[in-house]
Design a protein around this ligand. Structure first.
Ligand SMILES: *Cc1c(COP(=O)(O)O)cnc(C)c1O
Length: 230
């Protein structure tokens, strides 16, 4: 089941790569495995998944302890500063940095552990009240402030688009994130690159790929509906 769903998602990504003149090797499928048991992650692993996304620190830590070591773990959820220390050294990329204080904490822990951490800046392109993320017009300033911190490297941008039935409605937000990345890249800020765009979920990942996504974060489309319990 998981294998078949992954095949379908990959197929749809390939179609979008053709449409958007993208090289398929530039687009990585992140299997968003939050709330799912390790057995299901293992099934996805056996079907070729090597990038997994989680939104809770404890869950990421527990799963990464028992699953194969060649998995790249992505922290995609809102992150509290007091939990940063558990992630450093485990996580391949943190997608959800939207404040200087959080970046400072990541930097401190990275230096302490003598390592470096790659991060993306979460941007609230749709300006939704309920969402985390920096406003587009504030992104450059935040990135400039983070760029001087030791041990932490800004590698691109991430957005969580609104929930929509019609994926086409989010195309403008994906294009907006891409344009913002192009604009920031042009500023040539030291230690900053805009190589990665994390955008697109089950409801709209194929549109995001057409608009330039380098990571799509697909949960339900691979693992089925989530049960958050009572
Ligand atoms: C849960 C989650 C996803 C995956 O959502 P689906 O709709 O199940 O694909 C993607 N990104 C983030 C940040 C999430 O929290």
């Amino acid at each position: 089941m998981i294998q078949e769903r992954m095949r379908q998602v990959r197929e749809r990504m390939d179609v979008s790569c053709k449409k958007g003149s993208r090289d398929p090797s530039d687009v990585v499928l992140i299997a968003v495995s939050k709330t799912k048991p390790v057995e299901m992650l293992m099934e996805a692993y056996q079907a070729g998944a090597r990038d997994f996304g989680e939104n809770k620190v404890q869950e990421l830590v527990e799963k990464s302890d028992v699953l194969p070591k060649d998995i790249r773990w992505h922290m995609i959820g809102h992150l509290q500063r007091n939990k940063v220390k558990y992630l450093i050294g485990r996580v391949w990329m943190i997608h959800s940095v939207d404040s200087l204080r959080l970046a400072e904490e990541i930097s401190r822990e990275a230096v302490k552990k003598q390592t470096t951490v790659n991060i993306l800046i979460e941007v609230n392109v749709a300006r939704e009240e309920s969402k985390f993320g920096v406003m587009a017009e504030d992104a450059e300033n935040l990135i400039r402030e983070i760029s001087v911190l030791p041990g932490v490297y800004v590698k691109g941008l991430m957005t969580i688009a609104p929930y929509v039935e019609d994926a086409e409605k989010n195309r403008k937000y994906f294009a907006c994130l891409k344009q913002l990345a192009v604009d920031i890249e042009r500023k040539n800020i030291d230690n900053v690159s805009m190589n990665f765009l994390s955008m697109g979920m089950t409801a709209d990942y194929w549109v995001a790929v057409e608009e330039g996504a380098s990571f799509v974060r697909v949960g339900t489309g691979i693992f089925g509906e989530r049960d958050y319990g009572a």
